[in-house]
Design a protein around this ligand. Structure first.
Ligand code: SIN
Length: 279
């Protein structure tokens, strides 16, 4: 097996992988070890990588099958299936920072992506961290009465909820026409690979809870969000040049930070991997 190291970045979430060049062939044992580390640590940080869009796409597929983004138009010029996040996206003259409040990705899909991954191309000189919160630990710590109340509840996830805390940057007609039907997902899901239960929340997309009136649903979601986003559940990633970060949407929520000098460019390639029906 290739010699490399996997080192935890906190006692609950995140691990860094050093000593691997993902532009070189990765053997089967290493691949299995990395996939296990991903489901155990929820966020993997592969240090010191050098990717063009095609190399990034090839490396990501070590972990699964690519999932197309809803917003197909936001791709790296010349690479229709490699997307990006950036601080130079404007809608009606207003800057939109993708992912600015806690969420899990594309939960409006009947089969939301298991993973999302970013590669740092340009970073600001400081700030622009990505925060992750561990939804397994957040679930485990809930009082038994809350667990009883939410186990079995399902929420309807749409492209953008009328209750979303932020506006998404919108879709062109082609992308809108290809949206899937809403995802109807349990508030508590069991991770198919690590076997742990997790809260599955996304205020950007949750439009209702089945069988509950909206005022009660919003109050419940707000309380669960306040609980789940406590600092004790957080791993905060401070980006370094060469970082390739991949997170498990079944285990963590994440958010981007617009706390840096907007005259500096923050640009990262972004891909997602297909997941399964949450259960
Ligand atoms: C995202 O939600 O995918 C963006 C995260 C980031 O830019 O830090």
């Amino acid at each position: 097996m290739t010699s490399f190291a996997i080192t935890p970045l906190s006692d609950h979430t995140g691990a860094e992988v050093t000593g691997l060049d993902f532009n070189q062939p990765i053997d089967g044992d290493t691949k299995a070890t990395l996939n296990r580390a991903f489901v155990d640590h929820h966020v993997l940080v592969m240090r010191d990588q050098h990717f063009d869009p095609n190399q990034f796409k090839a490396a990501v597929q070590l972990f699964g099958e690519l999932q197309v983004h809803d917003k197909k138009e936001q791709h790296v010029p010349g690479y229709p299936d490699v997307y990006y996040v950036s601080n130079d996206i404007f809608v009606n003259g207003k800057r939109v920072i993708p992912g600015e409040t806690f969420h899990t990705d594309h939960s409006n899909h009947p089969r939301p992506p298991k993973a999302t991954t970013l590669f740092a191309v340009d970073l600001p000189s400081s700030g622009g961290d990505t925060q992750y919160v561990n939804m397994h630990d957040a679930y485990d710590d809930l009082p038994a009465s809350t667990k009883q109340k939410i186990d079995g509840l399902k929420a309807v996830h749409v492209y953008q909820s009328k209750y979303s805390p932020r506006a998404l940057s919108g879709l062109n007609d082609d992308s809108r026409a290809q949206l899937p039907p809403p995802g109807v997902h349990p508030l508590v899901r069991t991770h198919p690979e690590n076997g742990r239960k997790a809260l599955f929340l996304n205020p950007v997309r949750m439009e209702s809870i089945v069988g509950m009136d909206d005022a009660d649903a919003l109050k419940l979601i707000d309380g669960l969000m306040q609980h789940a986003t406590q600092k004790k559940y957080e791993y905060r990633h401070k980006w370094r040049p060469g970082d390739w970060v991949m997170w498990d949407n079944r285990s963590v929520m994440h958010q981007a930070n617009p706390d840096y000098d907007m005259n500096e460019r923050r640009f990262l390639y972004r891909l997602m991997l297909k997941g399964e029906v949450p259960a």
